[in-house]
Design a protein around this ligand. Structure first.
Ligand code: PMP
Length: 370
């Protein structure tokens, strides 16, 4: 086997696709030339092979193990990213249902989910932070808990604005919670029994784009209406064990490498959570030292540990920040194109060393330009 080429060590703070662990990148590079236990490249192996069936088995077992997923939930690996789930969820669980779906409008991504749900059936937006420019989340008392809904949809982490729920929002005990965890999945332990469904695309904590992990409870699957397009009916993916059509084998393989890394090198979700808290604490501490220079609008209680969004006194200074950061080897710091500003993404694979390099730069930049 040819040796894997060296992988770039630039620090990646991009919001997605984002950083991946170096050991994962090296294993992925090796697998292009030949897989451990199979004679072929990962790019050419059949999804009908035993190797692939074993891959799905191990993927599912590892997700179940890391999150202690109860037997009530199926584990699927789908395509179409987080965005397709915005449509599949109301198609499968709202279409023909006798109650409206409840949504929380807490930022750019949860808003997109609402737009898609409206196409399928009645939607009640229980709370919206849109008019204030999405810089805080609802308090417990702001939410409706007396009425039953088809489900309650929310995003646990708003990637664009840098807002994160630090506990699941309250709802009626019989309303299934459906959560978009695309940007904080596997960053901390979660009690999956509190959810009807959790979904998360890869390209942040989980691996490269192309796969979306869905944990769906059986009682929701029993609601799927007949007559949906086959690819959009969750039941077909359950029946075909995530290989209803040709799946993204390479992306799934890299997700498995990331899951093994999380389990074996990090030590699981509690250890990951502690590390993530440390990283975020160091970055917010720099912002809080000079709040007139590094300006963060997010209410402190709702700050995201994954995406730190902030601005500088002028767009020109922000452009200078991004340019100079790159010359220090620090990449991916622009804010989302819809809001501008700056954003530091601290996904699982971002190391404490990377954070140290970034905070050194931030101190230096402020001293020179403030
Ligand atoms: N939900 C969240 C929270 C996201 O951050 C994103 C994309 N960054 C999406 C959904 C959409 O995902 P995709 O691009 O995979 O469709």
């Amino acid at each position: 086997m040819r040796p894997a080429p060296p992988v770039s060590t630039a620090w990646n703070f991009s919001a997605g696709p984002g950083a991946l662990p170096l050991s994962v990148l090296n294993h992925a590079a090796e697998a292009l030339h030949g897989l451990p236990g199979a004679p072929l490249s990962v790019l050419g192996i059949s999804h009908r092979s035993h190797w692939f069936t074993d891959l799905v088995d191990e993927l599912e077992a590892t997700v179940r193990d890391l999150l202690a997923v109860p037997d009530t939930h199926r584990c699927l690996f789908l395509q179409g990213g987080g965005s397709l789930q915005f449509s599949m969820i109301p198609m499968n669980f709202l279409r023909g249902h006798h109650r409206p779906a409840a949504y929380i409008d807490s930022g750019y991504w949860s808003h997109k989910a609402i737009v898609e749900a409206h196409r399928e059936g009645p939607v009640e937006v229980l709370w919206s932070g849109r008019a204030q420019g999405y810089h805080h989340l609802p308090r417990e008392a702001d939410l409706e808990t007396r009425r039953l809904h088809a489900y309650l949809h929310y995003a646990s982490n708003e990637t664009v604005e840098g807002l994160q729920f630090h506990r699941e929002p309250a709802c009626h005990p019989d309303t299934p919670r459906i959560c978009d965890m695309s940007s904080d999945f596997l960053a901390y332990p979660v009690d999956v029994s509190q959810y009807g469904m959790i979904y998360a695309h890869a390209q942040k904590n989980l691996g490269p784009a192309g796969v979306c992990v869905c944990l769906v409870r059986d009682d929701l699957l029993a609601r799927c209406p007949d007559g949906l397009p086959s690819m959009l009916d969750y039941r077909n993916h359950v029946r075909m064990r995530s290989a209803y059509n040709t799946p993204p084998v390479f992306a799934m393989y890299v997700v498995l490498l990331v899951l093994r890394w999380l389990r074996d090198e990090i030590g699981g979700l509690a250890a990951m959570q502690a590390l993530n808290a440390q990283k975020a604490q160091r970055v917010y501490a720099v912002l809080d030292e000079t709040p007139a220079f590094y300006r963060c609008r997010v209410q402190p209680a709702n700050r995201s540990l994954m995406n730190v969004a902030f601005t500088l006194p002028s767009p020109a200074l922000e452009a200078q920040f991004v340019e100079e950061a790159e010359s220090w080897g620090l990449y991916g710091l622009q804010g989302h194109r819809t809001v501008g500003g700056l954003r530091i993404s601290l996904y699982n694979p971002v190391t404490l060393d990377a954070v140290q390099a970034l905070t050194d730069f931030m101190h230096d930049f402020r001293r020179r330009t403030a």
